[in-house]
Design a protein around this ligand. Sequence first.
Ligand SMILES: NC(=O)c1ccc[n+]([C@@H]2O[C@H](COP(=O)([O-])OP(=O)(O)OC[C@H]3O[C@@H](n4cnc5c(N)ncnc54)[C@H](OP(=O)(O)O)[C@@H]3O)[C@@H](O)[C@H]2O)c1
Length: 233
Amino acid sequence: MRRLLPAPIVDLSDDDLRAAYMFPEQRPWVRANMVSTLDGAMRGTDGGSRSISTPADQRVFSIARADADVILVGAGTIRAEDYRPSKKTVAIISNRLDLPLTLRMLAERTDENPRPLAFTTDAAAADASEALRALIDVVPCGSHVVDLHRVVAELAARGLGRIHCEGGPSLLGDLAAEGLLNELLLTVAPRLLGGGPQEHILSVAGGFTPPLRLTPTQVLEEDGSVFIRARAT
Ligand SMILES: NC(=O)c1ccc[n+]([C@@H]2O[C@H](COP(=O)([O-])OP(=O)(O)OC[C@H]3O[C@@H](n4cnc5c(N)ncnc54)[C@H](OP(=O)(O)O)[C@@H]3O)[C@@H](O)[C@H]2O)c1
């Protein structure tokens, strides 16, 4: 692992990396961690991001997670990637509260894993089954769609102000559109996927005009994977 920015260039130990991925003091702080190929693809042939990730990306993924209070993730990503139970609190965003009980996050959870949270609409929360409520804390947070400002405020009020979002593209797009995204941790994996039009790491209806501007504060590299840490300005 080499630090390219800021200088000097050094070999980074795991402790150095932990320091490189600490959250700043401000609370709440929302950052997203995403991986893309060189040609901008956000998922590979497995239908998820694992097949475009690299060992170095996995190292940063777990080290960056470690300093967070909560992992924030869209229901589409939970369904597509079938997350395992986590030792961190996981907060899932879902308008429809479509969370099958067979998801590993729910079905394989033990006492070592904090109860996940599901932020959803008031109506979907009212309709949530007892079986689902037994496995996850359902938090109503919006009349027709989930209000992400309320989600962030609610997480901060629960002492979960270091918010580490792992996508997917729709949730990241909505966070950015609402002005809630403070920072992006982007891995550019040294791969070209080709194929049809690429689906990117961020998806938002209409896009951003003018484009949102982020300021890189750190660039690392290992085995051709480039790790950009950039702040919303
Ligand atoms: N390259 C990467 O770093 C990366 C990271 C994460 C995911 N991915 C890939 O991205 C793909 C999934 O993309 P996606 O855009 O569908 O992911 P997503 O944002 O995780 O999921 C979309 C779903 O999440 C819920 N959701 C998202 N934003 C919401 C909001 N603001 N309010 C309420 N609900 C919201 C909705 O769930 P309901 O339908 O339940 O209402 C929506 O249908 C998968 O293939 C996954 O592997 C890639």
